[in-house]
Design a protein around this ligand. Sequence first.
Ligand code: ATP
Length: 248
Amino acid sequence: RYGLQTRLIGSKIVHFNVTGSTHLVARQLAERGIEEGTVVIAETQTRGKGRLGRKWSARQGGIWMTVVLKPKIDPMHAASITLMAAVSVTKALRELGLEAVIKWPNDVLVNGKKICGILTEMSAETDMVNFIILSAGINVNNEVPLDIATTARAELGHKVDRLKLAQSILEELDEDYATLREQGFTPILWNWRRYSDTLGRPVEVTYQGEAIRGIAQDVDDAGSLLVKLADGSVRKIVSGDCIHLRSL
Ligand code: ATP
């Protein structure tokens, strides 16, 4: 258990030196009924994926991991798991001294650059979630090939203990997930708002082929973004694969 102080997250840990994608491995395990809290972690991934099959760079030195969750929530509220994970990662990065903030719905940024990407995928019936596969890629001491990305080492100016950071993220996640199960999404949302880099700002969201411009006003109890348009009306943007948000 790698010294983890958790109740549920990390109940089982599957570690790889190299794998194609921890997300895909975890999905296969979940389909075969592996227990909730299982963590799949790899030193490097050869086929890391972002949304819409976009490539995710996952070199040695970063944290590439996936958690299997089985929350008793309405499938319509699945985005709350993505937002929760962003809160957990942000808290752990802040403990290191990084000024991490959240860009709705699935990125954690430091100095305007992406330090962590979160990807969730759900298997559900009409009114019940079977499982959620929650992946987080955190740039720690690894090289990043893009100038839109940064790493903990680059921002702090020194190497970071990757194992300790992974533990801290999983412990925060364990706590936040317990809160979500016991008290629902509302207390998580308070923290999300505190760390949000999106709320209160002018944004442009590309949603179902349409460019929507307005002020990001709030996030609702399903994790959807509420954007106030120039005419005063409010549009609800449901988090999902085809959304692109940029600050104006
Ligand atoms: P958007 O830019 O539309 O908000 P996104 O931030 O949700 O997209 P994802 O699709 O989740 O991005 O992730 C894939 C994208 O992340 C890639 O297209 C690439 O630009 C970027 N990326 C890939 N590897 C890394 C990495 N290690 N760190 C930061 N960003 C990365």
